[in-house]
Design a protein around this ligand. Structure first.
Ligand SMILES: Nc1ncnc2c1ncn2[C@@H]1O[C@H](COP(=O)(O)OP(=O)(O)OP(=O)(O)O)[C@@H](O)[C@H]1O
Ligand SMILES: [Mg+2]
Length: 233
């Protein structure tokens, strides 16, 4: 592999439940993983093994206890485990996209603007950002009559598709996907598979969690078994 886009080195993460007597929940220990340009790695393992926790640690939503998460950001390497908040925000804006399992609905913001926002933050004109956002919403079969409504009242699958459109509107060098096809019908699943394949073709490094075995085999170049990194409780 040429130099990786994402490189995780020796990552350890425990949760400590301070409000429940300081109970410690060990998640993973000594986890290392490298993902190159154009490659898709599927995080794999039983429920509760730490797949979402790893993805959130890559995005710096969770802070690992030790280890590093190096992301190639322009000509720099940023360690998301220790970076200053402004560097984390810069990486998220330019380099690392994240499609969470559920859309965080912002009240009163229409779907089209929810999707266009990451492009506008990069300085793309309003017209161009909305055009690209509309193109993605159309591909993901969100009827045009919904584009100008806030997604709060949308169905679960509609909200998920708005979330996916938002994640793919910028051509990020790296993408994190947490079960992007979980509540989608077959046609929309195929569209998401196509979006992932297009991202890979332009060199995007993808780390994803895919419960659907068919989706997994279509997009993943390899699986990363997370179970082996569990440490004893
Ligand atoms: N914010 C949190 N605080 C405390 N414990 C947490 C937190 N998030 C996750 N955990 C614990 O960490 C472990 C891993 O959870 P995680 O959500 O990463 O699993 P997962 O592999 O994504 O599971 P699933 O396939 O069910 O989504 C679980 O035991 C969970 O209880
Ligand atoms: Mg999960």
């Amino acid at each position: 592999m040429s130099s990786p886009i994402i490189e995780v080195r020796d990552l350890c993460k425990d949760f400590v439940l301070h409000t429940q007597g300081g109970v410690r929940i060990p998640v993973f220990n000594g986890l290392s993983l490298a993902v190159g340009a154009g490659e898709c790695v599927g995080l794999h393992g039983p429920s509760g093994t730490g797949k979402s926790t790893l993805l959130r640690s890559l995005y710096a939503n969770y802070k690992p206890d030790t280890g590093s998460v190096l992301v190639r950001h322009g000509d720099r390497l940023v360690d998301m485990a220790t970076a200053e908040p402004r560097d984390v925000l810069a990486v998220r804006k330019h380099t690392l996209g994240y499609v969470s399992q559920f859309l965080r609905v912002i009240p009163r913001v229409p779907a089209l603007d929810v999707v266009a926002e990451p492009l506008k933050l990069l300085g793309t004109s309003e017209a161009e950002a909305r055009e690209k956002a509309g193109g993605l919403l159309a591909r993901l079969r969100i009827p045009e009559r919904l584009w100008h409504l806030a997604p709060a009242t949308f169905s679960g699958g509609e909200q998920q598709r708005v979330n996916i459109a938002r994640g793919f509107v910028v051509d990020y060098p790296a993408l994190l996907l947490d079960e992007p096809t979980a509540s989608l019908d077959a046609a929309n699943r195929d569209t998401v598979v196509a979006l992932i394949q297009e991202a890979k073709a332009r060199g995007c490094a993808v780390v994803g969690i895919f419960h659907d075995a068919d989706v997994r085999t279509r997009v993943c170049d390899r699986l990363f078994e997370i179970e082996g990194y569990r440490h004893a409780a």
